[in-house]
Write a protein that binds this ligand. Structure first.
Ligand code: SAM
Length: 230
């Protein structure tokens, strides 16, 4: 990408959750949500790591995964690339983005994969509605708990919201949360909750425009019935 690449708007829509814009700059696709730059696909290694790191900690097969939100579809596509995965539910707040995805405007997303289900909903509601349903819950709905795209998402990272996300998991399931900054305080909040069997805070360095960014993924496993402590 360079400063002279032409900007092509693929979609723009406004709704109850603000404006969402999908655009292409040269070979790069960008997503802007409610005026906040949400992501591009220059380096999707950490969006993909959100799925691979969580699934590496899941045992068994016929795994069920919840991804919130859709973005450019990299986390969902990476989960679907794991042959042990039987179902990927994606909860996305922005109906227009789901519409564009269904029209094939998100090249990463394998639309013809029957294991993929796209839902227009707040992931907070999807979590409440699904106690014990998932092997992995992958949350990337903000630039991180410290840089929210929507103020209402703060509840997801509070103790009660985290407890609801953990409750959506089967025993031994994994909650994974993406952040654009290290968030040791989020890991500490998860460790303080009952029923977590292991909490890890991974720092994932990415170089962009010759600058280093330390993104992070926080992982928490729910206890197996026989597991004691952490
Ligand atoms: C940074 S993008 C996700 C990127 C995605 N991991 C990927 O690989 O492309 C964040 C997405 O979360 C959505 N979102 C924000 N808050 C949400 C919520 N409460 N429930 C569901 N989706 C939400 C945004 O509309 C946006 O599509």
């Amino acid at each position: 990408m360079n400063g002279h690449d032409e900007l092509q708007e693929l979609g723009r829509a406004s709704g109850a959750h603000g404006e969402v814009v999908l655009r292409r700059r040269g070979a790069v696709t960008e997503l802007v949500v409610d005026g906040v730059f949400a992501m591009d696909d220059v380096d999707t290694s950490t969006e993909r790591a959100l799925a691979t790191e969580a699934l590496a900690r899941c045992t068994g097969d016929r795994l069920r995964v919840l991804v919130g939100g859709l973005g450019l579809g990299w986390t969902a596509a990476t989960a679907l690339a794991d042959p042990r995965v039987a179902a990927v539910d994606v909860a996305e707040l922005q109906a227009p983005l789901v519409g564009w995805a269904r029209r094939g405007l998100l090249p990463a997303l394998p639309l013809d994969d029957p294991r993929l289900a796209l839902h227009v909903t707040d992931v907070a509601e999807a979590l409440v509605a699904a106690p014990g349903r998932y092997d992995a819950v992958l949350l990337d709905v903000d630039n991180g708990p410290g840089f929210l795209v929507h103020g209402s998402n703060a509840r997801l990272y509070a103790a009660a919201g985290l407890a609801t996300a953990l409750a959506a998991l089967r025993p031994g399931g994994v909650l994974a949360i993406w952040s654009s900054d290290p968030v040791p305080e989020l890991a500490a909040r998860l460790r303080a909750l009952p029923h977590t069997a292991g909490v890890e805070h991974l720092v994932l360095p990415v170089e962009r425009d010759r600058r280093r960014f330390d993104y992070a993924v926080v992982l928490a496993r729910t206890a197996q019935p026989s597991s004691r402590g952490r």
